[in-house]
Design a protein around this ligand. Structure first.
Ligand SMILES: *Cc1c(COP(=O)(O)O)cnc(C)c1O
Length: 390
């Protein structure tokens, strides 16, 4: 159904459709199944039918996987029940006992915990590199994977993904170079296609923008041809899958992703620019702003920005920040992001490779689909409360 020439916005609409086998239904309906029947003994012996057992896929999961593979330019996509599960799956597809993983210091914090606790227990060693580092200096003879996330969680630092991929692939580790893994949740496959920039395994917390409505947990790993078989094998061995209901919600979200993202981007930039002009704000962390140190890389490689960014306030007391945040009407206080609603959370930045210097308290804002003027009025009143509480 999809044409290589079509732009991602069009492919998000056409990819993964199976109307011809579903009585014309536009989006693939929900399949709930464990047992899938075979017609006879010969069929079960051949084990060649498209669906064999619920855990290994149904038309609902297949539609989602196919749509994602199309958008990512992937040989295969494996879907799981959360973004963090996708991160674990990607790492276990390329690393084993005795291997070294080079992880970006600005990663999503649960990724760090997974590496430092559980993966360590299984003999995978992780060291951290600063997002702007030349990784060549950090590669070890047993480095099997380099993990990227750009812009990084909480601090939004960009990375030179093609340069990292080049150095990782050229690494002499006795097994054809180190694999490059990237958590691309911020940009989504609409605004950055990791595999086209040298990444081997592209990871997405589909819980965020692909789901888009704060009501589903979903994640996936999309692999290039060289990594597809191993990814599929580990996904199967660990018994990972996502339900037909959740894949259906992911697919439904995907169909409107482009219009939602355009609005999240616009409102995010509007709020970021407004905040940048306020005396209570020290600095905005958003690679889409021309003042941002990552702007040149973002402009070179990405085709857009989502609605998530950081704000570093001027030094302020905890009580003053609470007066700002607690009274907001349109910004919920909560984790996750990518839904239709605006959110705000305090950011606690953890770094081990290179410290991150912040002038004052850091907040993370998700610009939702509300009217930007209403959101600015809300923030303005919040900053006034902060001043009164100072
Ligand atoms: C939320 C998030 C994840 C994890 O996704 P879950 O579905 O919550 O497990 C991974 N990476 C990034 C950058 C995230 O923001």
């Amino acid at each position: 159904m999809t044409d290589e020439k079509d732009r991602p916005e069009t492919r998000a609409i056409t990819a993964g459709r199976m109307s011809d086998t579903h009585f014309g239904a536009v989006n693939t309906p929900v399949y709930r199944a464990s047992t899938i029947l075979y017609p006879d003994m010969a069929a079960i012996k051949a084990n060649k039918q498209p669906y064999t057992y619920g855990r290994r896929g149904t038309p609902s999961t297949q539609s989602f996987d196919d749509a994602i593979s199309d958008l990512e330019g992937a040989a295969r996509t494996c879907t799981v029940t959360s973004g963090i599960q996708a991160i674990g799956l990607a790492i276990l597809s390329v690393c084993g006992a005795g291997d070294h993983l080079l992880m970006v210091d600005s990663c999503y914090e649960p990724s760090r915990i997974l590496c430092d606790r559980t993966l360590k227990r299984f003999g995978i060693e992780t060291t951290y590199y600063a997002p702007g580092d030349d990784i060549a200096a950090h590669l070890k003879p047993n480095t099997k994977a380099v993990f990227c996330e750009a812009p990084g969680s909480l601090t939004f630092e960009m990375q030179d993904i093609p340069a990292i991929a080049k150095a990782a692939h050229a690494h002499n580790n006795g097994s054809g170079g180190a694999s490059v893994l990237m958590d691309n949740t911020w940009a989504t496959p609409l605004f950055f296609q990791p595999l086209k920039h040298g990444v081997d395994l592209s990871i997405q917390a589909a819980t965020k923008y692909i789901g888009g409505h704060a009501d589903v947990m979903l994640g996936y790993v999309a692999a290039n041809a060289r990594h597809a078989a191993r990814l599929h094998q580990v996904h199967g061995d660990l018994g990972l899958f996502a339900s037909g209901d959740d894949c259906f919600l992911g697919l439904r979200g995907l169909r409107t992703l482009a219009v939602r993202l355009a609005r999240h981007q616009e409102t995010g930039l509007t709020l970021a620019r407004w905040l940048q002009g306020r005396p209570e704000v020290a600095r905005i962390l958003h690679p889409g702003l021309s003042s941002d140190p990552g702007h040149t890389l973002w402009k070179r490689d990405f085709s857009g920005a989502c609605g998530l960014f950081g704000v570093i306030l001027q030094p302020a007391s905890e009580a003053a920040v609470a007066a700002f945040v607690d009274g907001l009407q349109h910004f919920g206080i909560g984790y996750s992001w990518g839904g239709f609603e605006s959110l705000i959370v305090p950011a606690h930045i953890k770094r081990t490779a290179k410290p991150f210097a912040a002038e004052g308290p850091v907040l993370r804002i998700h610009a939702g689909l509300e009217d930007a003027g209403d959101l600015i009025a809300d923030l303005e009143q919040g900053l006034a409360r902060m001043k009164d509480a100072s």
